[in-house]
Design a protein around this ligand. Structure first.
Ligand code: GTP
Length: 347
């Protein structure tokens, strides 16, 4: 089966981390989220991927190439301008002549595809939308369904007490290729605002089914951080690269700790990391591969992407450093999100 991965958004809410990479390439637990997603979908039987990309597509291509290393085939559908979540599907029409899957590549969710595909075959409509149940649906598009699962309408951002359900679009769809007839070409088209309402209005058969399990959109710094804390807490059972060196502390290969280093769980440390004397890491810290952390540093509630450097006596809390960010000695970073590769950053 083929999956079209929507990875072309600008990711404005996650800036500056997305200033030089597509949001789905942001690492979760030290690997690009897109890599976790492709591996999961491969295990669910997807062997061909089309990457719908626009913003820094070469970052994706450099990492995955043709997908051979992951045992899948990856092709690229590049957009001359951001064509929106349905425009991107139309733009990839030449790749999609059979039933296909579409996945918002920035949603952190490891869906089970078989029940969704069975349901899709049974109802015989043009589309199946995977749904997720949220406690407070008031900031989402909520679905109203009949007993067969058919979606009657979407209610955008309803007041909590007026919401017809607590089921929202989980950002994963199964489509019949006929859907292309409903999407205009060569312009920006939103699947939520334009295509689904049109398919419902024309009676093409749009159905929804709940996809259980962890679900979160990583589109803002707070949510991006929360996904990490959920991984560390094992509320989201993502594969950890590394071994557990003490309860709830995972570390990769070639990690060197100086004298008196304190690791306060939960913590995840990548490969080839050096930590100086008397440094305290955690609670809640994710340190990428090839990072260097000096002596007498305190780092908690923070995420460092690969090759970051934190020099002696610095303090980090609630902060995120993009690839190769360098923090000078003796600086305090609180609630800082910095993405300036190679530059020495002051708080
Ligand atoms: P914000 O700018 O912060 O809203 O992020 P975003 O641009 O990524 O938008 P949003 O979170 O709504 O996008 C949901 C998913 O669709 C993400 O995986 C995006 O990469 C993808 N997406 C959004 N717009 C486009 C587009 O124009 N083309 C393609 N190919 N994908 C898109």
């Amino acid at each position: 089966m083929k999956a079209l991965l929507l990875a072309g958004g600008l990711g404005t809410r996650l800036r500056p981390l997305t200033e030089n990479l597509p949001k789905p390439m942001a690492p979760i637990a030290n690997r690009p989220w897109l890599e976790h997603l492709i591996i999961h979908l491969r295990e669910q039987g997807v062997d061909q991927f089309i990457m719908a990309a626009h913003h820094y597509p070469d970052v994706i291509r450099r990492h995955f190439g043709d997908g051979r290393r992951w045992g899948v085939k990856i092709e690229y559908s590049l957009e001359p301008f951001p064509m929106g979540t349905a425009g991107a599907i139309k733009n990839a029409e030449r790749f999609l002549d059979e039933r296909f899957l579409v996945v918002n590549a920035d949603i952190v969710h490891l869906p089970q595809l078989v029940p969704l595909l069975d349901f899709h075959r049974q109802h015989g409509g043009i589309a199946t939308i995977a749904l997720t149940e949220v406690e407070d649906p008031s900031s989402y598009g909520v679905v109203e369904q009949d007993d067969s699962g058919r979606i009657l309408r979407f209610v955008e951002k309803p007041r909590r007490e007026e919401a017809p359900s607590n089921r929202i679009n989980a950002g994963l769809y199964i489509f019949e290729p006929e859907v292309m007839r409903y999407i205009p070409a060569q312009r920006e088209v939103s699947i939520e605002r334009e295509t689904f309402p049109r398919l419902i209005e024309e009676g093409a058969g749009v159905y929804g089914m709940v996809s259980n399990g962890y679900w979160r959109d990583m589109g803002t710094p707070a949510r991006y951080r929360q996904v990490h804390w959920d991984v560390l807490n094992r509320r989201f059972p993502l594969l950890m690269h590394g071994r557990q060196i003490q309860p709830d502390v995972w570390a990769g290969e070639d990690v060197e700790f100086g004298a008196g280093v304190l690791l306060v769980p939960p913590v995840l440390i990548g490969n080839k990391v050096k930590v100086g004397d008397q440094t305290v890491i955690g609670p809640y810290a994710v340190i990428g591969d090839n990072c260097y952390i000096g002596a007498h540093v305190h780092c908690s509630n923070s995420i460092l992407w690969d090759r970051s450097v934190v020099r002696d006596n610095s303090r980090l809390s609630n902060s995120i450093f993009g690839y190769r960010t360098v923090a000078p000695a003796g600086e305090v970073f609180n609630n800082s999100i910095i993405n300036q590769p190679g530059e020495v950053m002051r708080a």
